[in-house]
Design a binder for this molecule. Structure first.
Ligand code: C2E
Ligand code: CA
Ligand code: CA
Ligand code: CA
Length: 287
């Protein structure tokens, strides 16, 4: 694995900017920030654990605030959800990410990579219930010329707990078109594993807490058994397993041994500018 390239942004110390700016201040500044183009996206590589190749990236939004510097999504996404701004903001993230995936496609295929790079985009619960989700997604894919298979939408496990058919219908439509749906932060909720069969998902993203438990050697044997069980259940349902928060080579080895398919984490690369991704992918293609 290679480490991240030079010019990436560091997130400001969340404690420090919390002191400098109130929730209310941030909330009221959000709409104008979207209009002025103060949001930007960093992309964190998704790496195939079997052969180490870069397969795509997760899009992670940030806010470059004119006074307070870079603000991380944990601070403003909840505010955007509260006010409903998450719908237009999420649409912008989707559009920008799909456009970026299309750009990578040209670059990596010309450079000799084996396949296109896919992009993962996070969806908030409010976007799921917004009636424009399917049509917006179709429009964006068509306008940018990206195959639906180049896009994976990440939905948290908690957003789908107890989901009824009305909530699942748009996700099902998207899945039928070929868009992948990933169940994010898996293992943190209380979802019934048998319930997975009902959900139109093709990827499980194991929460970082599982990866963290592999930090110590020897890892807790119960944790290992749990991950092993989740992976075998996922595979028997034809779901791929992605692990997040991989920070060390030892964790990567352990998770590979447990049968996980794809990994994401600082060990491979921090979230970074879009060029980081195709550079890593091309470096892989020639090595
Ligand atoms: P998430 O979807 O679980 O994204 C993974 C988070 O883990 C990211 O934090 C990422 O930077 C961080 N991370 C990646 N590798 C490592 C690692 O090795 N160690 C550790 N400790 N952390 C790692 P980030 O970028 O601050 O995003 C936080 C959350 O904000 C995301 O969690 C997601 O829920 C939300 N978010 C980000 N972008 C969007 C977006 O466009 N729309 C929506 N709705 N939510 C977003
Ligand atoms: Ca995610
Ligand atoms: Ca996650
Ligand atoms: Ca998370």
């Amino acid at each position: 694995a290679k480490s991240a390239g030079g010019n990436r942004y560091e997130l400001a110390d969340p404690e420090a900017d919390a002191r400098a700016i109130t929730r209310h201040g941030l909330t009221t500044a959000l709409p104008a920030a979207l209009e002025r183009g103060e949001f930007f996206i960093e992309y964190q590589p998704l790496v195939h654990l079997g052969d180490g190749s870069v397969r795509g990236a997760e899009a992670l939004v940030r806010w470059l605030h004119p006074q307070h510097g870079v603000i991380g999504p944990d601070r403003f996404i909840p505010l955007a959800e509260h006010t409903g701004l998450i719908v237009p903001l999420g649409r912008w993230v989707l559009e920008e990410s799909v456009r970026q995936a299309r750009l990578w496609e040209g670059r990596v295929l010309d450079g000799g990579a084996t396949g296109p790079l896919r992009v993962n985009v996070n969806l908030s619960p409010m976007q799921l219930t917004h009636p424009g989700l399917v049509s917006d997604t179709v429009d964006i894919l068509e306008r940018e010329g990206l195959e639906p298979g180049g896009l994976c939408l990440e939905v948290t496990e908690s957003a789908l707990i107890g989901a009824d058919d009305d909530l699942l219908k748009p996700l099902r439509r998207l899945a039928e078109m070929g868009v992948d749906i990933a169940l994010d932060d898996f293992g943190t909720g209380y979802s019934n594993l048998a319930n997975l069969r009902r959900l139109p998902v093709s990827v499980l993203k194991l929460d970082r807490s599982f990866t963290q438990s592999m930090q110590h050697f020897p890892a807790d044997p119960v944790d290992l058994k749990i991950v092993e069980g989740i992976v075998s259940l996922a595979h028997s349902l034809d779901l791929a397993v992605t692990v997040e928060g991989v920070e060390t080579g030892a964790q990567a080895d352990q998770l590979r041994e447990l049968g996980c398919d794809t990994a994401q984490g600082w060990y491979y690369a921090r979230p970074g500018p879009p060029d980081q991704l195709h550079e890593l992918a091309l470096a892989d293609a020639i090595s």
